[in-house]
Write a protein that binds this ligand. Sequence first.
Ligand SMILES: N[C@@H](CCC(=O)N[C@@H](CS)C(=O)NCC(=O)O)C(=O)O
Length: 212
Amino acid sequence: MITVLGRATSSNVQLVMWAIAELGLKVERQDMGGSYGGTDTPEYRAMNPNGLVPVFKDGEHVMFESAAILRYLGAQYGSEAFWPKDNKTRAKLDVIAEWTKTSLCNVLIYNIFWTLIRTPKAERDWDNFAVQVTKMGDLMTIAEHELKDKIFLGGDTLSFADIMFGHILFRYFTLDFDRLNLPNIQAYYDRLVEREAYRNHVMIDYSSLQVN
Ligand SMILES: N[C@@H](CCC(=O)N[C@@H](CS)C(=O)NCC(=O)O)C(=O)O
């Protein structure tokens, strides 16, 4: 039995839940973290000493860190397309996954999202925001080239790298900032939106996180 502990509005929970749904696995999710609390108990800290969500359980196997959970899911349950067995083929996809989790998430989630949604209006640093929006454009231009003539990052079928890259796109396209016109990324996002699992687990209203 797979269990995920974490609120649905967390982007790190979303990527895990989306992966589980794409892999056709059964899961039970329990709201935790944020206004739900529950992450500061000794029991929770024993599972994740950081007190953050998500925590993932597959039977007795317990882990945290969404990217590590995604890789575990791929290795344990993924098809050849989702998690290629060939190390070099998989490593090429993992470059994009890792780049998303580090470079892209740092700009989009920890700067742009954090400024617009999680920081009180009076405290927003608009000079830094402008720098981050320019950085976002530079990074997404790299992704735009990567997606040239591709349906998904690895070819015609969704892989773990698409879960990592794709899970940030809902916020990328719905936050209020200036985006470059990048047709490959727009078409890729439109394809993700067609997927029920993406709509159910990633396209989650984040207005409850908004501070004013
Ligand atoms: N590197 C961790 C980061 C986890 C993280 O920052 N989670 C946030 C939500 S996205 C969190 O727990 N925030 C506090 C809370 O929700 O109580 C991962 O990818 O799982």
